[in-house]
Design a protein around this ligand. Structure first.
Ligand SMILES: Nc1nc2c(c(=O)[nH]1)N[C@H]1C(S)=C(S)[C@@H](COP(=O)(O)O)O[C@H]1N2
Ligand SMILES: [Mo]
Length: 365
């Protein structure tokens, strides 16, 4: 039987502290060192598939160290609860999904005033291929009770929080329909290699289309539940809180990002502007570009995304005005009819900033 060994240390997790910092600075922009929260640097965001060492990392607590004997428990409102080992998972049919995953806090720094939380700029988004077993396969084997409404995933990580009593475990629930989608997977591999510790070794959930918090890392237990989960990371964090009303963060809002020319870089007056657009609510229908404050939006050409869950490439050749610097704007619309807003509604924890963003470039020649 094929086994799924734990990842050997990647460039992210080298033993020597100094070497780790040096390597990290090359492949990731570190937002917080411990636990690691780090963005994909802008120069790596031009690639359709993000180089594996530069896939962004977001961890709330100290990393649990799980070994190859780790098993996950599947239980709750099911006919036959069971535990599953890594070799058992590896023996089941494998599914590969190429996914653009974005942290709900990506772009928090662009909000005014900047809410509390990790000061993410614009690189907490990456695209890579995850491999594992459809969550559905495990749920069908367990036999769900007819009144199950959500599937709850527990991570093996926990820690104290300022606004909660005792230790809080990372746990998130998914509506049954999303949990049963064949492309929602219990993943053991990223970019063809066993998961690194930072990305949730040895097992994590991957939920295409949802902001990253749904993709529980270091998966320890799956529980079928008959009433909606109301835990800390479901009702106190990863919620849009506006004037005391709270709405859970779910699928990724429609968004776009100009990757070339680079924000803060330079380009000639005739320039091909390129970037990515994505949405958790459907495919991308349109991307438009604008220069400075001009009220004219120019339709960009769309390319072919790496998968139905991966960002859509766009590009347009523009003739820029004769000015020292210009601001380039992009605005995406998805097939569900959602368009990026000029101004997003501020929310307490700074999630879901999909407001139209301008990149500033110096014009040469
Ligand atoms: N157990 C656990 N799972 C977790 C988290 C965490 O802190 N603990 N962070 C979540 C968040 S907020 C995001 S954006 C993604 C990031 O996944 P990555 O670090 O592999 O990019 O993991 C999610 N899964
Ligand atoms: Mo996140």
């Amino acid at each position: 039987m094929p086994s799924a060994p734990i990842a050997s240390p990647t460039t992210i997790a080298v033993p020597d502290a100094l070497a780790k910092d040096v390597l990290l600075d090359v492949v990731l922009d570190v937002v917080r060192a411990d636990p690691l929260c780090a963005e994909t640097p802008a120069r790596f965001l031009t690639a359709p598939i993000t180089p594996a060492p530069s896939v962004y990392v977001r961890s709330n607590f100290a990393l649990p160290s799980l070994d190859a004997t780790h098993t996950i428990d599947i239980g709750g409102a099911v006919r036959s609860p069971f535990a599953m080992s890594l070799p058992e998972l590896a023996a089941l049919p494998q599914r590969h999904v190429t996914v653009t995953m974005e942290c709900a806090g990506n772009g928090r720094i662009g909000m005014d005033p900047v809410p509390t939380g990790e000061p993410w700029r614009f690189g907490a988004v990456s695209t890579t291929t995850w491999s594992g077993v459809s969550l559905r396969t495990l749920l069908e084997r367990a036999g769900l009770a007819p009144d199950v409404v959500e599937i709850l995933g527990f991570g093996a990580d926990a820690g104290p929080r300022d606004d909660a009593d005792g230790e809080v475990r990372f746990a998130r629930s998914l509506p049954l329909a999303d949990a049963m989608h064949p492309d929602t997977i219990v993943a053991t591999h990223m970019a063809g290699a066993p998961l690194s510790v930072d990305h949730g070794a040895p097992i994590r959930l991957i939920v295409p289309g949802w902001y990253g918090m749904a993709s529980v890392k270091w998966l320890a237990r799956l529980e079928a539940i008959t009433t909606p989960f109301a835990g800390y990371f479901q009702r106190q964090r990863y919620v849009y809180e506006v004037d005391g009303t709270v709405e859970p963060v779910r699928r990724a809002r429609v968004k776009s990002m100009i990757t070339s020319p680079l924000d803060g870089g330079s380009c000639p007056r005739t320039v091909t502007v390129q970037g990515w657009a994505w949405s958790g609510a459907g495919a991308i229908a349109r991307v438009e570009l604008a220069v400075n404050e001009a009220p004219v939006w120019i339709e960009a050409a769309l390319g072919t995304p790496a998968s139905a869950y991966a960002w859509m490439p766009f590009e347009a050749e523009l003739m820029l005005p004769d000015a020292a610097t210009v601001t380039l704007w992009s605005r995406a619309t998805d097939t569900a009819g959602n368009t990026q807003p000029a101004q997003i509604q501020w929310n307490r924890f700074g999630y879901g900033n999909n407001g139209i963003r301008g990149v500033v470039v110096a014009v040469s020649g």
